[in-house]
Design a protein around this ligand. Structure first.
Ligand SMILES: [Zn+2]
Length: 413
C-alpha cells in the first residue's frame, strides 16, 4: 500500500521545491505552499493574540556569548552551525529562540502585575542536520517555529499548562487533525541534563499535577526531556502509524536562573518560571504533516487553491473571469482553467489538485449570473447564483473549520 508522502503530494500541489544551488534541507516555498503556510501563520497569531500573547520579532543571529550564557553552546553545539567571524566577534545562527525572548523579558522591569507574561514569535532558526537525513519539509536545516514563552510565577504554571493544552485543542480542531496523545518526557541519565535534581523533581511534579488536575492520561518516556527541564510532548501519528512530536510544553526553572531573571512583587524580587511551548510546531513540519494526514485534501480555509473556475466553452469566459474576480475580491484563492482541453479532463485535473470547489460555467450559467458547483469528492450542487456561491465559499473559508465543503441549502437558479 502506498502511504501519503508529503514529498509526492508536495510536488503534485506545487508546495515547495529544492535546488542544489541553495543546498540540502533548504526548501523554497512555492506560491501554493506559501498560501498554506501563510494561512497557518495568520491563524496561530490570531489564536495566540486572543489568548493573551504578545508577538515579537527578534534577530536570527546572536553573538556566541548569548548561547554560552544560555547553555546551548555547551549542550547543543553539535546541532548548531559554526560561528561566523565578524570583526572581533563571533556570531551564530540561532538554534532556538528562547534566549532572545529572555532578552525581551529583560528589556524592561517586570512586576507581578505583568505575570503571566506571554510572548510569541514565528521564529526562524537553524539546525545542523547531517546531509544524509535531510529531506522534504520534515527534516530541514532552517525552520520557522510557532514558538512562545510564558514567564510566570510558580503558582501560575499549572493554569498556564492547562491554557496551552486548550490552545492545542483549538488549533488541532481547526486543522482537522486528530487529538494528540500526551507524553511526559523525563530526564535520563548522562551529562546532557543540567541543573539541580531537586528542581527537576519540582518541575516534574508541577506538570503531573497540571495533567492530573485536568484528568488527562499520559505516557512517560525517560531520556526525552530538554536539557534544561522536563516537558509534555504531544504526540501524533502519521498515516503509516509513525509517532512524531508536533507540540511541546516545557517547564523550565533553569534558564531563568542562568539569566538571573526576576520580577518585582511588592518589595521582593521573585524569579519567574519559564514555560516554553509550541502549539503548531514549525511551519515546515506542520505542512508536511497536514499534507499526509489529509492526503492532500486540506480543509477549505487551508487549501492552496480554493476554487477553480472552468468555462465550458469560449462564450463562458467573460463570466468565468468575472466569477474569479468576485472570489478574489473577498480573499478567496481562485484560479481559472480555460485551457483548450475537454471539460472532463480539466475537472479531473482540479480533482487531482484536491481543489474543494469546482465552478463550471456553461452558457446557461453565463446568461443567468450563476455557477454549477462540484464539490471535492464528487457531489454536485444545483446551479446557484454567483453572489450566493461567493458567500458560501467565503463562509467556509472564514470558519476555519470545515474539512469537506458544506453541502448547504442555497438558492437555486
Ligand atoms: Zn524555548
Amino acid at each position: 500500500m502506498e502511504y501519503p508522502d508529503h514529498r509526492r503530494i508536495g510536488r503534485q500541489l506545487g508546495i515547495y521545491a529544492t535546488d542544489e544551488s541553495v543546498g540540502a534541507g533548504l526548501p523554497l516555498w512555492l506560491p501554493a505552499g506559501a498560501a498554506v503556510r501563510g494561512e497557518i501563520e495568520r491563524f496561530i497569531v490570531d489564536l495566540e493574540r486572543r489568548h493573551g500573547y504578545q508577538h515579537v520579532y527578534t534577530p536570527e543571529l546572536a553573538k556566541r556569548e548569548l548561547y554560552e550564557r544560555s547553555g546551548h553552546w555547551a549542550h547543543y553545539r553539535d546541532d548548531m552551525y559554526p560561528p561566523m567571524q565578524i570583526g572581533g566577534e563571533q556570531v551564530v545562527l540561532r538554534p532556538m529562540n528562547c534566549p532572545h525572548h529572555i532578552l525581551v523579558f529583560e528589556a524592561e522591569p517586570r512586576s507581578a502585575r505583568d505575570m503571566p507574561y506571554r510572548l510569541a514569535e514565528l521564529g526562524t532558526m537553524f539546525r545542523y542536520e547531517r546531509s544524509g537525513v535531510v529531506g522534504g519539509l520534515s527534516r530541514v536545516r532552517q525552520m520557522t517555529l510557532n514558538d512562545g514563552h510564558v514567564f510566570c510565577a510558580a503558582d501560575q504554571v499549572e493554569a498556564e499548562i492547562a491554557a496551552i493544552l486548550g490552545l492545542v485543542g483549538e488549533a488541532y480542531a481547526a486543522l482537522d487533525i486528530p487529538a494528540p496523545t500526551l507524553r511526559l518526557s523525563l530526564k535520563g541519565s548522562g551529562p546532557k541534563y543540567v541543573g539541580d535534581p531537586a528542581v527537576w523533581t519540582e518541575s516534574e511534579a508541577m506538570i503531573r499535577s497540571a495533567l492530573d488536575g485536568l484528568g488527562l492520561a499520559y505516557g512517560e518516556a525517560e531520556g526525552e526531556a530538554a536539557f534544561y527541564g522536563p516537558k509534555i510532548d504531544l504526540q501524533v501519528r502519521d498515516p503509516q502509524g509513525r509517532e512524531e512530536t508536533l507540540s511541546t510544553i516545557q517547564v523550565d526553572f533553569h534558564l531563568p536562573a542562568r539569566f538571573n531573571l526576576c520580577f518585582q512583587r511588592g518589595p521582593v524580587k521573585e524569579r519567574p518560571v519559564m514555560v516554553h511551548r509550541s502549539i503548531v510546531s514549525s511551519m515546515e513540519r506542520m505542512v508536511a504533516h497536514l499534507l499526509e494526514v489529509h492526503d492532500g485534501s486540506l480543509p477549505v480555509w487551508l487549501a492552496s487553491t480554493q476554487v477553480t473556475v472552468l468555462p465550458v466553452a469560449a462564450d463562458g469566459l467573460d463570466h468565468a473571469a468575472n466569477v474569479r474576480a468576485q472570489l478574489r475580491q473577498v480573499g478567496i484563492r481562485a484560479d481559472l482553467d480555460d485551457r483548450d482541453a475537454t471539460l472532463a479532463s480539466r475537472v479531473r485535473d482540479a480533482e487531482q489538485r484536491h481543489v474543494p470547489y469546482i465552478a463550471v460555467i456553461g452558457r446557461r450559467e453565463a446568461d443567468g449570473d450563476a455557477v454549477s458547483v462540484r464539490l471535492r469528492g464528487g457531489e454536485r450542487l444545483a446551479a446557484i447564483a454567483t453572489p450566493a456561491f461567493v458567500a458560501l465559499v467565503s463562509a467556509a473559508a472564514a470558519s476555519r473549520s470545515s474539512h469537506v465543503p458544506p453541502s448547504v441549502q442555497v438558492p437555486v437558479v
